[in-house]
Design a protein around this ligand. Sequence first.
Ligand code: R5P
Length: 292
Amino acid sequence: MNNTSLISGKSSEDLARKLSRKLKANLVKSEIIIFPDGESKITLSGNLSKSKSIVVQSIYPPVDTNLVQCLSLISKAKENSSEVIVVIPYMGYARQDREFLPGEIVTMKVLGKLFKGAGASKLITVDIHSMLGLKHFRINSKNVTAIPDLVKYFKKLRLKNPLVISPDKGGKDRAREFADILKVEHIALEKKRDRKTGKVQIKTKNADEVKNRDLILVDDMISTGGSIIKATQFLKKQNCKRVYVACTHALLMNDAEKKIRKAGVARIVSTNTIPGKTSLVDVSDTIAKAAV
Ligand code: R5P
């Protein structure tokens, strides 16, 4: 992709570098200074293409800071390039895609307006929490999945009669996709989340099929770890063997990783949409294919 600038946001530097190589785009780095009051000052190093810029910036914590930086990068790109593609490997706020309780603001709707207003012409996300979230964006948008990349990792492990499990019914299709590629079976547990406290409960009573099997819990994201911990505690009681976790986005807030391990999870495998200790799977190939 000659004549394309790839603007690397601070939250996705490694992924942006990989993408720039794959797309043969000119990497433009951003230098950030955070002022004592929390404001970001952004300086780009390099010239921007007149025809196309790709902005890469994940919106993980500090979510609002990374969001404003992303919007600023889009705005600057639009001042120079006629087309601006924005890649948001992890889309923060995606769980606020509808009004669950009366009076709640659907923040994804606000983001839709902001991204368009800043100048984005196309949006690419990876395993966004729900497709409804993307409907609030009135620009060309595409969601790609990291499931095949995650499965590739698990194919290399020697698992005992593995079973793929979604911690909730909402994630059943994701679990099915994972299981189909791995050529194994899948089930979904029933989870209930208190909309006010965020606390989760597993409502499934028995799951005989997990006995003596290695399990792969598949989810789109881990935030506090509550869903994975409750599911693991339940599955351990059902006498399963090892429990692995595969997820696209590992936020692992506070001491979530420690708590998940304490619950008995053997390994957490996530992707580099959010860089960290568990991001063992690279999604740059998958994103690159969507960006051409
Ligand atoms: C929920 O529907 C999502 O797919 C995740 O299971 C959830 O957001 C993870 O959050 P936490 O780790 O806080 O339970």
